[in-house]
Design a protein around this ligand. Sequence first.
Ligand SMILES: Nc1nc2c(ncn2[C@@H]2O[C@H](COP(=O)(O)OP(=O)(O)OP(=O)(O)O)[C@@H](O)[C@H]2O)c(=O)[nH]1
Length: 453
Amino acid sequence: MASNLSDRLSRLVKTMRGQARITETNVADMMREVRMALLEADVALPVVRDFIARVKEKALGQEVVGSLNPGQVLVSIVHKELARTMGEGQQELHFPANPPMVILMAGLQGAGKTTTTAKLTRWLIEKKKKKVLTVSTDVYRPAAMDQLRTVTAQAGGECFPARPDQKPVDIALAALDQCRRQYFDVLIVDTAGRLAIDEALMAEIRDLHAAVRPTETLFVVDAMQGQDAMNTARAFKDVLPLTGIVLTKLDGDSRGGAALSVQQVTQTPIKFAGVSEKIDGLEAFDPDRHAGRVLGMGDIVSLVESVQQNVDVAAAQKLAAKVKSGESFDLNDFLSQLGQMKNMGGLSSLMDKLPAQLASKAGNLDMDKAERDVRRMEAVILSMTPLERTKPDLIKASRKRRIAAGAGVHVQEVNKLLKQFEQMRDMMKKMKGGGMMKMLKRMGGMRGMLPGM
Ligand SMILES: Nc1nc2c(ncn2[C@@H]2O[C@H](COP(=O)(O)OP(=O)(O)OP(=O)(O)O)[C@@H](O)[C@H]2O)c(=O)[nH]1
């Protein structure tokens, strides 16, 4: 697995210490790394070229302030420009003043249109309190009609009973008529998957569009499609006035470079991301966060921010000094560490911000259980006396039972915690604070990643 962009740039940066400006000479090597990172993320080559030219123009002549170096400044420029290219903030659906709203789903076979139709139905019902009707116009595959009926029911919506012997336009108009008569707020028209080179099918979807005049025409594209996504998107855009893009299968291995290519050629906002096969696996697309993924850096920017805001560096330094000087690590210290972890938004929110490679390694952990464990540990420590917290060896069996009762847990939980604490104290003694100092230094290094931090 290739290392991430900030690692690569910092390797280069070692050779250019003391340089105060981004110049033609030092930018060339760095741009090569940025180009590689984007190509590895499957962004189409012409889009990469364009993007690089824009970043270079922005970067040249930038002052490198304070403790930053040119590489750090560049990572920040690349990240911001990438997020800006993929959209300015999150983009919502447009709801017309007079319902029903019609949404037309378009895309290649297997892109995820039917699954997204169901997810969107659920999203509209739950988040927007809408009454939703779906309809399949895939007259070529009766199984597709059955699939939509099943998934719409799972989503809690209604599906218009279409028949394969009808024409797609007739089906859609009949569904729209039912929608009006029965006061549905939204009609989602699912269509057959089609290749852009299939002229007859492309003409059919254009006719469908003209007949139902949708408020939203969503192009559904599989993030795993990589470089090809650009050509597909362009062909659909030529035929249909797209209003939004749904990028599916972002839970796969792909770094999601397709987002950049598709957005660039269609100039259409990416509105949703598909993040699982399940009915609730649809999220509003977040360009800032996705930029981190494309660069292979996870949501590093907000991770750095949450570490800085919530970790009490002074307290951590005091703890490191205490361990180093041979003073023992006690349960109060343990409690404060648990508190810091909670301040950063809990384990699952930290996991969400990690780069994909790291997160997938930790993916088998049950985060909900881990968070419950942390809360239980806190309750156990809080039910001890101050003396017991500094000298846990004094805790006898009868006190363990009282502590367990106070925390509302089984006595085994108290034993488990004391054992974990003992292991941690042994580890701390071996580290003599050195490991923690290293960690703190790294945090200091991360602070330099972005200007103004
Ligand atoms: N992991 C994952 N799988 C997805 C996602 N979206 C769709 N899929 C899967 O992709 C496959 C194809 O999805 P469909 O919704 O049937 O695709 P379609 O575009 O309607 O396909 P056609 O009707 O053949 O044109 C199914 O196995 C879905 O479960 C997603 O966001 N993540």
